[in-house]
Ligand binder design. Structure first.
Ligand SMILES: [Zn+2]
Ligand SMILES: [Zn+2]
Length: 72
């Protein structure tokens, strides 16, 4: 899977608002290393599966805190 450079036309602009890039439907291709406005599940440029959600470390931390409170 190689970046052909065609992803440039789908390249997403800077996000605005509190939801961030994923919140407004932008997807990340880790091969092309850009965020793009694209409806498909795969990158139109390299064909790699696009990431549609953030890693979720914040939600994990919240769960940890809730579990700790329950133990006490
Ligand atoms: Zn590309
Ligand atoms: Zn790509």
């Amino acid at each position: 899977m190689v970046c052909k450079g065609t992803c440039d036309r789908y390249k997403a602009g800077k996000p605005f608002g509190i939801n961030g890039r994923y919140g407004i439907g932008q997807k990340r291709c880790s091969i092309c290393e850009i965020f793009m406005n694209w409806d498909g599940k795969h990158c139109p440029c390299c064909g790699y599966t696009l990431r549609t959600k953030p890693k979720g470390t914040q939600t994990r931390q919240k769960l940890m805190i809730i579990q700790q409170i329950r133990r006490i």
